[in-house]
Design a protein around this ligand. Structure first.
Ligand code: PBG
Length: 332
């Protein structure tokens, strides 16, 4: 629909920008704490809050403190907390067996949160990189990340997460056929209401650097992830991936990273009209925080402006490390 606009001076578009009240009145998009999924890093120990140098303000938390974070999220009105484990290097193996250990960090944290704060939804990550000796999201054979054998492992990983009480499972691995395999396994095992938020359009990106530090995968990673994550030059391919994942049983889809890929978010929302999320990834967070810390930009302003951009691009919500800070600001 094209708006009808009378010529100047009948139309002066500045009229509705004159006061804060008028601007609020005609604001098209808004951000609320209910739009956020908060990614948190879990580590071993008790009472441990370990800073991540490349992500100022973000910490690796022991399970007891992750539970406190979940409580805080709930009070702030953030509906989902998303867990990423920092796995003891000694537990990383070629067969990635720790990924489906019912007692692994992610599963322990999920159970602890669901027991203490049952109303918050827990999202878990499906991919082998935190457990893989070579840092890849799947098994490596002859230098190639193999697809089908990886998918079998991802199914075991996801079922252990569902058993621990995960509400939303987020496959971030980019293997082909994993959504269908996961959905099929979840249905067969009677986990009818576990939702799949597929990292459908996940690009091979330089913006993941700080995350790989946070989960301890940077040193381990051999080579890059370009044989499974997307080429930054592609947009049509993202639509094919999203359509494929929806056909295989994804409940929600994600575009990742966020800010450099807002065109993909808009296209996806227009084309499919399904619950659409963006991941404002670690490097985007680091970039904004780095500039704010140096006083080069106003941290609160760029935080809120960046979050609003996702809503304007058609996203229903955003995974963001800013979730608690932004929610505090929004709640006054
Ligand atoms: C890996 C995974 C990554 C992120 C989430 N899951 C990094 C990667 O693909 O190497 C990145 C998140 C971020 O940068 O904030 N399965």
């Amino acid at each position: 629909m094209k708006p009808t606009t009378a010529p100047f001076p009948a139309t002066r578009l500045r009229r509705l920008r004159r006061t804060a009240g008028l601007r609020d009145l005609v604001q098209e998009n808004t951000v609320t704490p209910a739009d956020f999924i908060w990614p948190v890093f879990v580590r071993d120990g008790e009472g441990v809050k370990e800073p991540i140098p490349s992500m100022p303000g973000v910490f690796r938390l022991s399970v007891d403190l992750v539970v406190e974070a979940a409580r805080e999220a709930h009070v702030l009105g953030i509906p989902v907390i998303c867990l990423f484990p920092y796995t003891d290097p000694a537990l990383k193996t070629e067969d990635c067996a720790e990924a489906w250990n019912p007692e692994n960090l992610s599963n322990r944290a999920t159970r602890a949160i669901k027991e203490a704060v049952p109303d918050i939804a827990v999202m878990t990550d499906v991919a082998l990189d935190p457990y893989n000796i070579n840092g890849h999201d799947g098994f490596v054979e002859d230098g190639y990340v193999v697809n089908d054998r990886t998918v079998e492992a991802l199914v075991k990983q996801a079922l252990s997460q569902a058993a621990a009480g995960a509400d939303i499972i987020g496959p971030s691995d980019m293997m082909d056929g994993r959504i269908g395999a996961l959905r099929n396994a979840l249905e067969t095992e009677q986990y009818h209401n576990v939702a799949l938020l597929s990292y459908s359009a996940k690009y091979a990106s330089g913006f993941y650097g700080p995350f790989r530090d946070a989960v301890g995968a940077s040193g381990a990673l051999k080579g890059d992830k370009k044989t499974y994550q997307m080429n930054a030059g592609n947009s049509d391919e993202a639509m094919r991936l999203i359509e494929r994942d929806l056909q295989e049983g994804a409940d929600m889809i994600m575009v990742k990273p966020g800010m450099p890929y807002l065109d993909i978010c808009r296209r996806a929302k227009d084309m499919f009209g399904v619950p659409t999320f963006a991941y404002q990834v670690s490097g985007e967070y680091a970039m904004l925080m780095g500039a704010a810390e140096r006083g080069w930009m106003d941290g609160e302003k760029i935080m809120m402006e960046s979050l609003l951009s996702f809503k304007r691009a058609g996203c229903d919500g955003v995974l963001t490390y800013f979730a608690p800070a932004a929610a505090r600001l929004l709640n006054g």
